[in-house]
Design a protein around this ligand. Structure first.
Ligand SMILES: [Zn+2]
Length: 469
């Protein structure tokens, strides 16, 4: 069955053909570890996880590399503003590397909570400075660079297809990326490959290089690490759509400038998560993290379910009300499934002729540029189909969940319905009554009961709060 993806490079859906028979080389841009990931960032990582699982469903082995940016990413993707890592270090009064390791761990923990498979490799930028220097040297030899003000710049006018990914004119690209005028750039869209000392004298992380002591530009790390771990030809490169006009456009220019040939066959991009009609971003300091959702009583997989229900290429609007709806709907879906699982007689067997058509339908939809909403319809049809016995249903649900990865066959205890919310509130109220009356044993029994439901309570002067564990 053919597999189709929308390729940002060709602006159309294309059949996926891998470079090697059964192995896919996938590179996805990772986080700059100066703060927690916000749930908009996480939407992109969920999309990439689904892509990986769909490839695996089709029998491919996926070699996935994702970078960890711990140096060189300035506030604007286009070379201006302060260094994000140093900003984080100042904010928290810690060293840059302390900040980097802390938020890298927090990021990995978010991925795990969302059932996102970890990449085969997560190389850190600070540990690959040599590869970046090598790549810049190659670009220098090929005539793509110039030195000015102690910085090494990439000259975009030397690269003939600079505009091919974004499909924008130079003016449009410039308008879109809010570039600060840098008098040393020959073309305002030129970008820095290596920062010398001049502008950032107090920069904490610096290395020796053929162009003096300094640090690499942000874009070069992805090209360098992708080429180091995946070779000179990649199947798929992903990221958020905000990367199209600057970061990915620059990655193509550098990589193809150095290699002298096409670098990536398929470019895929995830759309934004929209909150109150604006893109979720960290710049205003007020953003939603996965831990915040968990504290507010949501299972991380409810957020995954919420994201999966919409097309990755469409903006998704977020609100707590909608998340609550997803929570209820996942709860009810899992209740139906546990009902099926609890009613499997020993004498049942699987009629493959009944199962295969559903598998084919499911695969048809996920292979159609990851059309998950149609794939969910197939799942609901399976649950409703009276011609299928419960063992056949179980086999199909298990199979579909290798892509959805929502723990659909596990118990429902952590997903909250309104019913469950009311139940928790009721128990807490009752416990408070017992405590008032100093009936400690009874109040402890309720604490125990809640703990068994996955609810941890904490008492403070301001009252009792609870979290899911
Ligand atoms: Zn990147």
């Amino acid at each position: 069955m053919s597999l189709k993806f929308y390729n940002t490079l060709s602006k159309k859906e294309e059949e996926f053909i891998s470079i090697e028979d059964s192995n896919v080389k996938l590179y996805t841009c990772g986080p700059t570890v100066y703060n927690f990931a916000h749930i908009g960032n996480l939407r992109t990582y969920i999309f990439e996880d689904v892509l990986k699982r769909v490839l695996e469903y089709n029998g491919y082995e996926v070699n996935h590399v994702m970078n960890i940016t711990d140096v060189g990413h300035l506030q604007s993707d286009a070379d201006d503003g302060e260094d994000k890592m140093e900003l984080g270090a100042k904010r928290e009064n810690k060293s840059v590397l302390e900040i980097a390791r802390f938020y890298e761990n927090a990021f990995v923990s978010d991925l795990k909570k969302l059932n996102i498979k970890l990449p085969n490799k997560m190389p850190r930028a600070t540990e690959h400075i040599d590869s970046m220097i090598k790549l810049i040297k190659r670009l220098e030899q090929n005539g793509y660079t110039y030195m000015a003000n102690n910085n090494v710049y990439f000259s975009i006018d030397k690269f003939k297809d600079y505009y091919k990914l974004a499909n924008l004119t130079m003016d449009e690209l410039q308008a879109g990326s809010r570039i600060e005028v840098d008098e040393f750039k020959k073309n305002p869209l030129d970008f820095v490959l290596w920062f010398g000392n001049s502008k950032y004298e107090n920069h904490i992380l610096k290395w020796d290089s053929p162009w003096g002591v300094g640090f690499p530009g942000w874009h070069i790390e992805c090209s360098a690490m992708a080429i180091e771990y995946l070779g000179e030809n990649l199947d798929i490169h992903c990221g958020g759509i905000d990367h199209i006009p600057v970061h990915h456009t620059n990655e193509i220019a550098q990589s193809e400038g150095a290699l002298g040939h096409k670098w990536v066959n398929y470019w895929m991009h995830g759309e934004f998560l929209v909150v109150d009609n604006g893109k979720m971003s960290k710049s205003n300091g007020d953003f939603l993290t996965l831990n915040k959702l968990i504290k507010d009583g949501f299972d991380p997989l409810v957020y995954r379910y919420y994201v999966l229900q919409s097309k990755y290429r469409k903006p998704l609007s977020f609100s707590y009300n909608r998340l609550r709806d997803s929570s209820k709907s996942l709860y009810s879906l899992k209740s139906k499934i546990s009902n099926i699982l609890n009613n499997i007689d020993n004498n049942l067997s699987i009629d493959i002729n009944k199962v295969i058509p559903y598998k084919n339908k499911f695969k048809h939809h996920i292979n159609n540029d990851l059309n998950l909403s149609n794939a969910f319809t197939v799942l609901f049809d399976v649950i409703k189909d009276n011609d299928l016995n419960n063992l056949e249903k179980k086999a199909l649900l298990e199979d579909f969940d290798t892509v959805f990865s929502l723990n659909l066959l596990e118990s429902n205890s952590t997903i909250l319905s309104d019913e469950k919310l009311n139940y928790i509130e009721y128990l807490i109220k009752q416990r408070n009554e017992y405590r008032k009356n100093k009936e400690w044993e009874k109040s402890d029994n309720i604490r125990e009961l809640l703990l068994n439901e996955g609810v941890k309570i904490e008492d403070s002067r301001n009252g009792t709060t609870w979290t899911m564990i």
